[in-house]
Design a binder for this molecule. Structure first.
Ligand SMILES: Nc1ncnc2c1ncn2[C@@H]1O[C@H](COP(=O)(O)OP(=O)(O)O)[C@@H](O)[C@H]1O
Ligand SMILES: [Mg+2]
Length: 368
């Protein structure tokens, strides 16, 4: 799916804009606050039916205007496809594919595979394990429907088990049979999720290592490990072993809701011992690996949105990144930068085709 044209009305700081894109690389260039990231977000809407940055749709309508429209014209095997997203204040968002409205937005997700790389991704390194579990779950859910259902069922069972543990504690009683029902459910769904995550990390890691090596030109060694209480033990056995602790805490201490990813540079956590540039390289390698893995599974090209990638990367790594994304490995590329010359001159030097748009205060000033 190639985005040939984007048309937006009253979206964030744009009143009206129409852009025609290159099949390869497109650069949005301009000063802070001009509306570069907003354009990436409009493109993100067309894939995920929502903003990457602001989950409240109505706040993406231009201030003091009654509605927004984001419309994308795609080329799919030489056929034109239209994706429409419209939002009126106080009303439900309308999302259409070739003029036909979806019953459920989830039917659309995955049709236009896309990965965004943004400065906000640092949360993957700096924040708690939940962010990293969400990262894995988000990727697997894009190609495995059963996974998402099992995850929902697991979380329901976990919630019920915790409520039961709490009620035992409040009422000073205990019912082994009642708990057993939820233990069965946790083990059933939990083992499946654990196996799927393990398989995912096994498939994902070679891509990740390859991109880290390319970006850093093998200057440092990094690793990515899946950490789970279920690695060497059976879930049911662990639940039995931890029953006394679970009853004391009235909380389930064991399960895939405790899984984490361990990001190391050398032998040490990259969060504490990686430089900002090394952390950025790590995040880029994670996201490029995400795109490559989705591509290999779905057999369709992934669009990449690269927001403010220059931030914290040195020229060597930046050149490597542009060479990777300019080598036609991925689908269409959209890049933002505050400098008018940095990225275009690097792309020209590497003989990579691109189109550049100068953006200022919600207006496309010119394109070349
Ligand atoms: N709903 C909205 N209505 C009007 N302006 C908005 C809205 N949401 C965001 N903006 C404006 O968009 C601008 C930021 O655009 P952005 O794309 O992030 O800039 P940059 O070019 O630095 O990436 C800010 O000036 C912000 O106030
Ligand atoms: Mg920006």
């Amino acid at each position: 799916m190639l985005l040939t044209q984007l048309s937006i009305i009253n979206f964030k700081n744009y009143e009206e804009a129409n852009l025609s894109f290159s099949d390869t690389i497109n650069c949005f260039l301009g000063d802070n606050g001009g509306g570069k990231t907003n354009l990436l977000d409009a493109i993100y809407y067309l894939s995920f039916c929502k903003s990457y940055f602001n989950p409240i749709d109505s706040q993406n309508i231009k201030h003091d205007f009654p509605f927004f429209v984001v419309e994308g014209y795609f080329n799919k095997n030489n056929k034109k496809e239209v994706v429409y997203c419209g939002m009126k204040r106080g009303q439900k968002k309308v999302f259409k594919y070739n003029k036909k409205e979806y019953d459920r937005l989830s039917e659309h997700i995955g049709k236009i595979p896309l990965v965004i790389i943004s400065p906000a991704d640092t949360s993957l390194i700096t924040e708690g394990s939940e962010v990293r579990r969400k990262f894995i779950d988000g990727i697997i859910s894009q190609y495995d429907n059963q996974y998402l259902n099992h995850l929902i069922n697991y979380n329901k069972a976990l919630n019920q088990r915790n409520l039961l543990l709490k009620s035992f504690w409040l009422n000073r009683n205990f019912d082994a049979d009642a708990l057993e029902i939820w233990d069965e459910q946790l083990a059933l769904y939990g083992e499946f999720i654990h196996e799927t995550r393990k398989k995912f990390i096994f498939d994902f890691t070679p891509f990740f290592q390859e991109y880290y090596d390319l970006l850093s030109q093998k200057k440092e060694v990094v690793s990515l490990d899946y950490q789970s209480q279920l690695t060497d033990e059976n879930f049911k056995t662990l639940l039995i072993e931890n029953l006394v602790k679970d009853r004391a805490n009235h909380y389930s201490n064991i399960g895939i809701h405790k899984d984490d990813l361990i990001f190391n540079i050398g032998e040490h956590p990259i969060k504490k011992f990686g430089s900002q540039g090394q952390q950025k390289t790590y995040l880029l390698a994670l996201k490029l690996a995400q795109a490559a893995l989705i591509q290999s599974i779905k057999k369709s090209e992934v669009t990449l949105l690269l927001d403010d990638i220059y931030d914290k990367l040195d020229n060597k790594r930046m050149t490597q990144l542009l060479t990777i994304v300019g080598s036609n490995t991925f689908g269409q590329i959209f890049i933002t930068d505050t400098s008018f010359v940095r990225i275009p001159s690097l792309l020209k030097k590497e003989n990579i085709n691109f189109k550049a748009f100068k953006i200022k205060d919600g207006v496309i000033e010119n394109e070349q």
